[in-house]
Design a protein around this ligand. Structure first.
Ligand code: ADP
Length: 498
């Protein structure tokens, strides 16, 4: 991939993009059977980018049949795991080869600054590479057996996995579901978000080019209420891997219950705390990290640290630094290399976040806001001071660049506030006292805990993290070597030998 500084005119490159929004099924792009269409728009300008098919029942049936046929034929599932791994590593190389296009498509559609989407391609490819490396590293078990018997516990693929993914890190999150599902021998149908589907559809093409056999990796464009719902209700889908809102996650549980009891992996909303103790060292560096922790990708991050809980002894010193940084933050055109905060992804998102900010003014104190540029969906970072952990801004996932700061007295109060929402996805602890940080981590209802680090999907090493959300953030182990097992089911086999 070209270096960012070599790619000064991203607008020029965007105009030259070849856009193909057709489904990828059974090894090729094809026109959808459905007549209905939905629009993909430019997050910065609101202009139309493309009209795509809202795939319906016939399209979903065909994709499921292609995936199931490939699974039954064993073209992928019965391949030696090491061979699957090699193909996934080749897939990773192709993601890097076409990284500029993938990053540009994501930025165009959902507004992530190009420096971040292009910078994230290496990590996204790394997900595939890691899954490829892990493909032949799992171990099955031979259990203590009586003489004349042999008892085994074997991991088998689940079959057809539908991955329903969001728009906030389109390529990254899609690969975080596709890669482990493929590594363990499943067939996959990807249904990316209707807000940013174009790069994800291309992923299926790249997988095929890398050598994934026909029908093993398919991708359908479509809206959630149509294509997503049809996949979730389909009797031929054995497992649903989802990342998105808690409301949709609850609906998927119903669809599974109304159809075939398919296995579910749900990574839903979050309202992640950043707990700041008073022994943190350089508070200027800390203030940068705290703002980064809630405002990067304009807060459209499932692990966004949007509740900043600060020790009493530090609060008055830290607050002016946070205020100053938030006031300095400026949103702008995501295709300009120097932009660090882009627009919100869509008009709907813009309206939602704006309403949260408006309502919060009646319960909490707005202490700082940044500056906006000229885009149609821009909301600059906003910082509120909260005195009550129960207000909407302290409880609800906003999915925008909005944080509330609240003070706490002692460790117990910090833990109580941190655990005081229905969510439990991620938490950050800022403290130099290792024993305390580790003690607090153990008390947090949080699937992922970061100590002295911003929760950053894709940061070096994070692909080895495996965790499982608490509460209404979902369930199912995600990430790392253990995360691969979520895409398998355990089969016990007993041989009677005499
Ligand atoms: P967000 O509000 O962040 O867009 P959603 O949960 O609505 O999050 O979207 C995440 C993914 O879930 C998208 O791919 C979307 O199309 C899909 N989706 C939304 N509603 C449904 C539904 N009723 N059934 C299946 N998938 C859905």
């Amino acid at each position: 991939m070209a270096k960012l500084e070599d790619s000064l005119d991203w607008h020029e490159k965007a105009r030259a993009l070849h856009l193909d929004g057709r489904p990828f099924v059974a090894g090729k792009r094809r026109d959808a059977r459905a007549d209905a269409r939905f629009e993909v728009t430019n997050a910065h300008t609101g202009a139309l980018v493309a009209e795509l098919a809202d795939c319906g029942a016939a399209d979903v049936d065909e994709a499921v049949a292609a995936a199931a046929d490939a699974f039954e034929a064993g073209s992928w599932a019965a391949l030696a795991p090491a061979d699957r791994g090699d193909i996934l590593k080749r897939f990773a190389d192709l993601v890097e080869r076409d990284g500029e296009t993938l990053a540009l498509l994501d930025s165009l559609q959902m507004g992530m600054p190009i420096s971040q989407s292009a910078g994230g391609i290496g990590a996204a490819a790394g997900i595939l590479r890691t899954a490829g490396e892990l493909a032949d590293k799992g171990t099955d078990q031979l259990m203590p057996s009586a003489p004349g018997a042999l008892i085994m516990q074997l991991r088998r693929p689940r079959g057809v996995v539908a991955a329903i993914t969001p728009w906030n890190f389109p390529v990254h999150v899609a690969l975080s579901k596709i890669a482990p599902a493929l590594a363990t021998g499943n067939s996959v149908i990807l249904k990316p978000s209707e807000i940013a589907p174009l790069a994800c559809l291309k992923l299926a093409e790249l997988g095929f080019e890398a050598g994934i056999p026909t029908g093993v990796l398919n991708a359908l464009p479509g809206r959630g209420q149509e294509t997503g719902r049809l996949l979730a209700l389909h009797h031929g889908v054995n497992c649903l891997a989802f990342v998105g809102s808690t409301g949709t996650g609850l609906r998927l549980m119903q669809y599974a219950g109304q159809s075939n009891m398919k296995a579910l992996m749900l990574e839903c909303g979050g309202k992640s705390p950043q707990i700041v103790f008073d022994d943190v060292g350089d508070i200027a560096v800390l203030a940068d990290a705290l703002v980064q922790g809630f405002a990067w990708n304009s807060g459209q991050v499932c692990v966004s640290g949007s509740r900043i809980l600060v020790a009493d002894a530090l609060y008055d010193r830290l607050m002016p630094l946070l205020v100053e940084r938030v006031r300095r933050a400026r949103t702008g055109d995501p295709l300009m290399a120097q932009t660090t905060f882009g627009p919100l992804a869509s008009a709907v998102q813009f309206g939602r976040v704006g309403a949260f900010i408006g309502n919060a003014a009646s319960t909490d104190v707005l202490v700082a806001q940044g500056q906006t540029g000229g885009g149609v969906h821009e909301i600059a970072p906003h910082l509120f001071a909260a005195t009550d952990g129960g207000t909407a801004i302290m409880q609800e996932e906003i999915f925008g660049p909005v944080a509330a700061v609240m003070r706490f007295g002692g460790e117990d109060e910090a833990i109580r506030l941190a655990n005081g929402t229905c969510y439990g996805l991620s938490a950050t602890i800022w403290s130099r006292d290792f024993a305390r940080a580790h003690r607090v981590a153990g008390a947090l209802r949080s699937g992922f805990v970061f100590a002295n680090a911003v929760a950053t999907p894709g940061a070096s090493g994070t692909r080895h993290l495996a965790g499982e959300p608490f509460g209404m953030s979902g369930f199912g182990i995600d990430g790392g070597a253990l995360g691969l097992l979520s895409y398998t089911r355990l089969q016990a086999v007993m041989h009677h030998l005499s």
